[in-house]
Write a protein that binds this ligand. Structure first.
Ligand code: UDP
Length: 482
């Protein structure tokens, strides 16, 4: 019998693709065939073809298909009336909108019918393609459920206060499903009343149109959000689609990096003795901030593994490819010699999952990207939170105030001083408070509920089957009428 096919549409960004691949593996385990329809990003910090080749080689049971980019006439223009539309996030969101046509053509060309579509949270325009082709569509939400609660509620709050969210500045916001937080902790692209927010907000506003939302999370640490979503508090006056908590979906490593030199170096370090500093797929710092980190690490006298990237020339362009960092020019004179043997600097990229799971890793200075966060918690490693972009300031609020699995690096908005780097690293590695934090993370890690997540999977599979049946009935009804 022909296997039913699910098509995953991850949009752009490593942080969205990585957990989608893990989701693909879940579908494969349930006997479904999986095709991943990839978008070749207009701007991408990594070598896209090499990344796809690596994923394809590591996952031979998944079909990867790279969608053709739209013809130049349909490609997004570089600037707009408010002068902000040339920003990379805007160009990227506008580019995603142009991908509906190639996506539709690809789905139409598939030899067998598609059982369901799983669409990335930034690709909700593709819901139009799904409804046109009458394929049940679900959204994959790769951030915490608590931020889903906020983004679902945001449009009604905006209507209520009749002002742009950015004007609220430091007022404390109260959203169902999220602890009270400062307006300034919302993502910058939502705070500003410009083309970026005018593209992002409607994208999130369409989330309830999906047949269900799949969230990559640890349910045990998000009970407040789970309750609010369950009780329908986040979509006032509307219906919340079924939400499935199918996380934590964390890459099992195995990306061919097992022999990386930094892992051999970790082998020679004592248990739980090394602090990892790594800032997602796009995080960078100015030279001055790199120097402050270096001085703090040196003074802390702790072991560390630090992933260093070149500073950006245009700080707003997270997608700009970066040259290899020149460590001699970026780090303070004498730093390498002073930390020789107890510190390792890795250029640009490290096998983060393997590093976090290594017995020698004891703490993680992180930008609070949600994948990095899940990878750290599932490895039992406490977090020092240094948010940089996207929804990471909200994730920091959750980690520090709600989940109590991390502490904040003070000054992250402007500059974190060397003294703060030293103090927080010493605190997490040497103090009783740090020990208690490690214990709390270990408890959450051990309390992972694989049974519960299997139940969520089963619930999702059942819904997928029933959605698809309903859809076929609708198609039959539609066909009869025309
Ligand atoms: N990552 C990695 N090595 C690095 C930096 C990042 O393997 O040096 C991986 C990390 O393990 C995670 C992903 O890249 O799976 C980053 O996703 P996250 O959601 O944390 O942040 P984003 O890059 O989306 O901001």
């Amino acid at each position: 019998m022909e296997r039913r096919t699910v098509v995953l549409y991850p949009g752009i960004g490593v942080g969205h693709l990585v957990p989608m691949i893990e989701l693909a593996k879940v579908f494969l385990q349930h006997g479904l065939a999986v095709t991943v329809a990839l978008v070749k990003p207009p701007l991408e910090p990594l070598d896209f073809s090499a990344t796809v080749a690596r994923f394809a080689a590591a996952n031979p049971s998944i079909n990867f298909h790279v969608l053709p980019s739209p013809p130049p006439a349909a490609a997004p223009a570089g600037s707009g009336s408010d002068g902000t539309s040339a920003r990379p996030i805007v160009r990227t969101l506008r580019f995603l909108k142009t991908m509906n046509t190639p996506f539709r053509n690809f789905l139409r060309s598939m030899p067998s019918s598609v059982h369901a579509l799983i669409i990335d949270m930034f690709c909700t325009d593709a819901l139009d393609v799904a409804s046109e082709l009458r394929i049940p569509a679900y959204v994959f939400y790769s951030s915490p459920a608590s931020t889903l609660a906020v983004f679902l509620y945001l449009p009604s709050m905006r209507d209520k206060i009749n002002t742009s969210v950015g004007e609220l500045s430091d007022s404390i916001l109260h959203f169902p499903g999220f602890p009270p937080f400062k307006a300034s902790e919302l993502p910058q692209d939502i705070l500003d009343d410009n083309e970026a927010s005018r593209l992002i907000l409607p994208t999130f506003q369409r989330l309830p149109e999906s047949r269900g939302i799949l969230v990559n999370t640890f349910q045990s640490v998000e009970t407040r959000a789970l309750r609010a979503l369950r009780d329908g508090l986040c979509v006032p006056g509307g219906a919340t689609p079924p939400v499935y908590y199918i996380g934590p979906l964390v890459s099992g490593g195995g990306g061919g990096d097992e022999g990386h030199d930094c892992l051999r170096w970790l082998d020679a370090q004592p248990d739980s003795s090394v602090v990892l500093l790594s800032f997602g797929s796009m995080g960078t710092f100015r030279k001055k901030q790199l120097e402050e980190i270096a001085m703090g690490l040196q003074k802390s006298e702790q072991r560390f593994l630090w992933v260093v990237r070149s500073p950006r020339t245009d700080e707003t362009n997270l997608f700009d490819p970066l040259p290899e960092p020149d460590l001699g020019a970026l780090l303070p004179a004498g730093f390498t010699e002073a930390t020789n043997g107890r510190g390792l600097v890795v250029k640009s990229w490290a096998p983060q999952v393997e590093v976090l799971r290594h017995r020698a890793t004891g703490a993680f200075v992180t930008h609070c990207g949600w994948n990095s966060t899940l990878e750290s918690i599932t490895a039992g490693v406490p977090l020092l939170c240094w948010p940089l972009y996207a929804e990471q300031r909200m994730n920091k609020v959750l980690l520090v105030e709600e989940m109590k699995l991390g502490v904040e690096m003070r000054g992250y908005d402007e500059e974190v001083a060397a003294a703060e780097v030293e103090a927080k690293i010493r605190w997490v590695m040497e103090s009783e408070g740090g020990q208690a934090l490690r214990q709390r993370v270990a408890t959450v890690k051990d309390a992972q509920q694989p049974r519960r997540s299997r139940m969520e999977e089963a619930r999702l599979m059942q819904h997928l089957s029933s959605s698809s049946r309903t859809c076929r009935l609708r198609v039959a009804w539609f066909a009869r009428d025309f």
